[in-house]
Design a binder for this molecule. Structure first.
Ligand code: FES
Length: 158
């Protein structure tokens, strides 16, 4: 019965998608992608619901979630900051940007600020290496970023 109740927290579209993929090979990754697309992350409740709908152990789901770095298990901040740590950006100081941001925001990589405004991630090449080092805030791209520009960039989103 509780499964029924929890399923209701998924949208009709998501439930239909899961029903459609239920018995197809490779379905779990597809379904978890879809959940993340809808909510921005895969919560414990979502993982529970998927486990019940597919009739698989929760541990199987957590195995997939922790294996693929793409999946987030905690709710991202209102503005998710991604710092590119691909080779070009790394060589041009991507890591230094992360260090500076952890100081400015008071959070580590993978965490969210207390007010829920910002989260911080290191990501692989985002495809504009000519602009290295690159960071994005909620999808907006900033290139050739210097340490000194960071407070201004953050202020823009406050
Ligand atoms: S390495 Fe950063 S954009 Fe390619």
């Amino acid at each position: 019965m509780s499964a029924m109740k929890e399923e209701k927290s998924f949208s009709q579209g998501l439930i239909a998608f899961i029903e459609e993929w239920k018995d197809k090979p490779g379905n779990l990754i597809m379904i978890l992608h879809k959940v993340q697309e809808e909510y921005g992350f895969v919560s414990r409740e979502s993982a529970d619901t998927v486990a019940q709908m597919l009739d698989i152990p929760l541990a199987t789901i957590y195995g997939v979630l922790s294996f693929y770095h793409f999946f987030k298990m905690t709710k991202p901040g209102e503005h998710n900051i991604q710092v590119c740590l691909g080779t070009a950006c790394y060589l041009k100081g991507g890591e230094m940007l992360i260090e500076e941001l952890t100081g400015l925001l008071g959070i580590e990589i993978g965490a969210v600020t207390e007010d829920g405004k910002f989260s911080l991630e290191g990501v692989r090449c985002v495809g504009c290496c000519g602009l290295a080092p690159v960071m994005t805030v909620g999808g907006e791209v900033f290139g050739k970023v210097t340490k000194d520009q960071l407070p201004g960039i953050i202020a823009k989103f406050k």
